[in-house]
Design a binder for this molecule. Structure first.
Ligand SMILES: [Zn+2]
Length: 435
């Protein structure tokens, strides 16, 4: 996301425009919110009918008339859109008026299944996302120039020099100091502590599990800090984690939810009672099985209407006491939070493997559809893949990188036709039999 800021400097005026607008719309009544959504939905459906072959066909086949959109519930005339449908019909999602859509960009998204999906967005969509993000910074009490410490799962393999320079520029522009959450060395902990105590850091951004591990180590050393806010994303955030963060970093935690295909979807407000859906940007439905179904109201370059992203959530029945009337997601259940145990007893988040597969290009080169890592002992792993056969060099490289991170590991690779879901129907990228 950081690099996007740089490339979007040209559209900076749009980000500011959306930010200003969303500052007003956040206080809209339910009627006003739905009216705002309806206006965007009408434009989106009309665009899809006229310009996006996949939608033209299903609308004609299903008798969906772009002139009949009178309320937002009309969206339910559309069938559910899955990742599989997009993959099978990828070309039909390209608008025939692409030349008129400003700043179209294609990138990869991997999601939790490790399968690759190419997504597209445009300058307008990105401006809207970043406008909502700016508003979220206000909710956290963070000023735009404030110093940020990021503790993400970094890259497993060093990227080329050009990439590192680009990253540096992105970091500089955003006043961001990045640390690699997969780097197990103690010196990293000391560097982070030094940064936190000397550099007036306002915000820490991380994954709950990674930050929890860091906070435990800092607490062990008796070190505490004072930042303004913590931002977490990608995994469920546990109450115990919140309270440890408060104890060690002296700040409240604000959770954020999004997915690669659509970007940021919901943000926690200062009441900390759930995540407000950015309803100006997305229409969210939750069906009886708690599946999240999302319509991106902004993206004309690759429209997602009723997209099922395989996450689950619960919408709160109560209005938030902050006064904002937007829907609140109480819990997001689908964010896979499994982990493995490293030989010295530490936890390793499954995201390590996802990064490893993409950083080595093996995911792309071998057409990965799915993977699953099964840990059956402290010394051995099964690496199940639904992919083209891995070469001996691939296996050697993966085993070497895994052993560097986890301690000497025996890794057995198994080529599968499919990888079954768990009893609850969810795909699990890692299974830990030691737990
Ligand atoms: Zn609220």
């Amino acid at each position: 996301m950081d690099a996007m800021i740089i490339t979007d400097l040209l559209t900076g005026r749009n980000i500011r425009g959306y930010y200003k607008e969303y500052n007003k719309t956040q206080w809209f009544s339910r009627d006003e919110i739905e009216n705002y959504q309806l206006n965007k939905l009408k434009l989106l459906i009309k665009h899809c009918y006229c310009n996006v072959p996949y939608y033209t066909k299903i609308m004609k086949d299903g008798g969906i008339d772009p002139n009949n959109v009178r309320d937002i519930a009309y969206v339910k005339q559309f069938p559910i859109l899955s990742k599989e449908i997009i993959k099978d019909n990828y070309d039909l999602f390209t608008p025939i008026n692409s030349n008129n859509i400003r700043g179209m960009k294609t990138s990869q998204t991997s999601g939790t299944t490790g399968s690759i999906l190419f997504k597209r967005n445009d300058a307008n969509t990105r401006s809207s996302v970043w406008g909502s993000y700016r508003r979220f910074y206000d909710w956290m009490g963070i000023s735009p120039g404030g110093k940020v410490l990021s503790y993400w799962g970094g890259h497993v393999i060093n990227h080329s020099y050009v990439d590192s320079v680009k990253k540096l520029i992105a970091n500089y522009a955003q006043n961001n100091i990045g640390f690699d959450a997969y780097d197990p060395r103690d010196t990293v902990i000391e560097k982070i502590a030094k940064t936190l105590s000397k550099q007036n850091v306002q915000l820490i951004r991380s994954y709950p599990q990674a930050l929890y591990g860091l906070a435990l180590k800092l607490k062990e050393k008796g070190w505490t800090f004072r930042v303004k806010a913590i931002l977490t994303t990608s995994e469920p955030l546990m109450p115990q984690q919140r309270s440890l963060f408060k104890e060690v970093f002296g700040a409240d935690t604000f959770d954020q939810y999004g997915c690669g295909e659509i970007g940021a979807i919901a943000y926690e407000c200062p009441v900390h009672n759930g995540l407000h859906v950015t309803e100006e940007r997305v229409l969210v439905e939750v069906n009886s099985e708690r599946n999240l179904i999302i319509t991106d109201l902004d993206n004309f370059s690759m429209p997602f209407i009723r997209y099922w992203n395989a996450d689950e959530a619960e919408v709160s029945d109560l209005e938030c006491s902050c006064g904002r009337k937007s829907k609140v997601l109480k819990s997001i259940l689908g964010r896979t939070c499994d982990y493995l145990i490293v030989r010295d007893g530490q936890r390793l988040h499954w995201g390590f493997f996802l990064h490893l597969l993409f950083d080595t290009n093996i995911a792309v080169n071998r057409n990965f559809v799915k993977f699953q890592v099964v840990q059956d002992s402290r010394e051995s792993l099964l690496f199940r893949t639904v992919s083209d056969p891995l070469s001996e060099d691939d296996k050697k490289l993966l085993t070497q990188k895994i052993s560097e991170r986890m301690g000497e590991m025996k890794v057995s690779f198994i080529l599968e036709q499919d990888i079954e879901n768990s009893k609850s129907g969810k795909y699990r990228p890692v299974i830990n039999k030691l737990l």
